[in-house]
Design a protein around this ligand. Structure first.
Ligand SMILES: Nc1ncnc2c1ncn2[C@@H]1O[C@H](COP(=O)(O)OP(=O)(O)O)[C@@H](O)[C@H]1O
Ligand SMILES: [Mg+2]
Length: 552
């Protein structure tokens, strides 16, 4: 659901891509001659003085004064939409040979057309030039980028919350939403197009923000979405098998992520060395690296003794954890996260070390941690706590592995405390994961409530039956003591969970996280697990937590 765009798909005007709300209010015009010079393209005569004030890959989001970059798309070439772009006010066009051939058949184009061999690779740099997103020598927000298979969203929210606790004005670019100093902008891609990224960074600069954190998926790197961006601190969480469909192999996937850790893209790095990939990255990165070991695994270079920072003495507190973050030079910080799961200890540690690496001193960070408890922030749909007695948690886990991790994370050490899970499987995706998810729930929860996720065009009852079968089989064959129920629709399943819960129990509603629409046979139904949980809890007289949203 995050990276739904294929490479270059934004060139075709079909995808929801750019948003004009991303742009700074004032852009100093760049003459087309300067643009040509920066990409080694000669701009003939008078065309050189044409002023350019923006850049767009999508004819439908072109604004007057834009350079329209016509790229090959998944089905059509952007050059097919040049007349719409010009009508919308495009000041000039940049395209490739294929685009130029298409344009040769069309009527006269009233604006200059520049030709480059591979314009896709020029877009990031051009966007940086046109928007002056991070000009050399000028004040700009400190930029923190987080990459890795898991924990990117959570870690960027943690960085954001810690920076705010330090008194900074912050922005955030991520999967769920974009915060640039105004109202949150819902996010459509894990990382927006590079044109939007630079426009957003310029907007943040214009609004005087001190810092911004950004989620950088491997797709974002492969699809040029962070071209021309230099992060002050790049952070690495972990690398596990994921997205191999796109990247072919783990090695390739690693190489893609590793590109972020080069001088072209980042000044300094913080690398979690809990897995071998982190160890390799730390050893091979082309920039100064600070290492972090959060549970002491990961080979020689990643062993706690060798890492710059180490997590020690984790102790459960509520659903979360207290821990010590120790530098091998002796500095120690006491850190707390209220979010469940040992992985949130890793995320909190990484956020802290990234902020320290960004130049904040340890004493100030400790004071901000103590006063602001920044790692208890609500990350929308990521181990998001809706109440504490019973503990009610909404999480995004929607595959067998993630479900197992989430269930383990919410298991309270209190004797007699039960775990009730509400979940379902999505339609039209890998069907083998349905019984597997059922079996995992049966093993790790006390009460399993099987319900619906996004059935899409499939029969919801058939999906539930697959999940139920896995749960029931595990219970029978492994002699498990859980109870298994099938309840639908999903809001009824959530109410059932609340009905069954006592104050010492935990309810985990998994699979949909921050999503607010459920897709059933082409129709989007409004459904927000957090809203349903809150109302069911309130109806039973339980206290719910305020929605601690991050204000930018
Ligand atoms: N560091 C981590 N390691 C493993 N799993 C994690 C980590 N952080 C979060 N998770 C799990 O993965 C899910 C997605 O977390 P998120 O922060 O959104 O990561 P990403 O943005 O990388 O997808 C969470 O709901 C949680 O269950
Ligand atoms: Mg994410």
């Amino acid at each position: 659901m995050s990276d739904q765009n294929a490479p270059g798909a934004s060139a075709a005007p079909s995808g929801p891509g750019s948003t004009s709300g991303f742009r700074p209010a004032a852009v100093a015009a760049v003459p087309l001659a300067t643009i040509g010079e920066s990409i080694g393209v000669v701009v003939p005569g008078a065309a050189g003085s044409v002023p350019v004030t923006g850049i767009s890959l999508n004819s439908r989001t072109v604004q007057p004064g834009d350079l329209y970059v016509a790229l090959p798309g998944a089905s059509r070439h952007g050059a097919d939409f040049v007349s719409q772009a010009v009508e919308a006010g495009a000041a000039a066009v940049l395209t490739d040979d294929a685009g130029a051939r298409l344009l040769a058949f069309s009527h006269d184009i009233a604006v200059p057309v520049l030709l480059a061999e591979e314009p896709r690779s020029l877009v990031g740099g051009l966007s940086a030039l046109i928007y002056q997103s991070r000009p050399e020598g000028a004040q700009a927000p400190a930029l923190f980028g987080v990459t890795g298979t898991n924990g990117k969203t959570t870690t960027t929210y943690f960085i954001n919350a810690l920076l705010q606790a330090l008194g900074q004005k912050t922005g955030l670019i991520g999967t769920i939403e974009i915060l640039a100093g105004g109202a949150p902008i819902p996010s459509l891609l894990t990382t927006p197009e590079s044109t939007d990224v630079h426009a957003l960074l310029a907007l943040m600069r214009e609004r005087g923000l001190d810092a911004a954190s950004m989620e950088v998926s491997s797709h974002a790197v492969s699809f040029h979405r962070v071209d021309g961006v230099v992060f002050d601190v790049a952070g690495f969480t972990n690398l596990t098998q994921d997205h191999l469909d796109l990247h072919g192999s783990m090695d390739e996937y690693f190489q893609t992520k590793a590109q972020l850790f080069t001088a072209e893209r980042a000044r300094r790095a913080v690398v979690t060395v809990d897995d071998d990939w982190g160890v390799t990255l730390a050893a091979t990165a082309g920039i100064p690296v600070t290492t972090l070991a959060t549970h002491g695994a990961g080979g020689a270079a990643g062993s706690p003794a060798a890492a710059d920072w180490t997590v020690t003495d984790p102790a459960p507190r509520g659903l979360g954890t207290d821990f010590t973050l120790r530098h091998r030079g002796g500095t120690e910080l006491r850190v707390h996260t209220g979010l469940p799961g040992s992985f949130n200890v890793a995320n909190a540690a990484l956020a802290t070390v990234m902020v320290l690496t960004g130049g904040h001193d340890a004493a100030a960070v400790q004071a901000a941690l103590d006063a602001g408890d920044p790692f208890t922030v609500a990350v929308p749909g990521r181990m998001q706590l809706v109440s504490t007695a019973p503990a009610a948690v909404v999480d995004f886990a929607h595959n067998p592995d993630a479900l197992a991790r989430a269930l383990e994370a919410v298991r309270s050490p209190e004797p007699g405390s039960r775990v009730i899970i509400v979940f379902g499987a999505t339609g039209q995706r890998d069907q083998s994961k349905r019984p597997a998810m059922g079996a995992i729930a049966a093993r790790l929860a006390d009460t399993v409530i099987v319900s619906d996720d996004d059935p899409h065009d499939e029969d919801a009852a058939a999906i539930r039956a697959d999940v139920m079968a896995g749960a029931v089989e595990a219970k029978e064959h492994e002699d498990l003591s859980c109870s298994i129920l099938e309840v639908f629709p999903r809001d009824a399943a959530i109410r059932k969970a609340v009905e069954l819960a006592g104050p010492a129990d935990t309810i985990l509603v998994a699979g949909r996280g921050h999503e607010v629409w459920q897709e059933v046979k082409g129709v989007n139904l409004a459904l927000d697990d957090r809203v349903e949980l809150r109302s069911a809890l309130t109806a039973r007289g339980f206290t719910v937590l305020e929605d601690q949203r991050i204000e930018s």
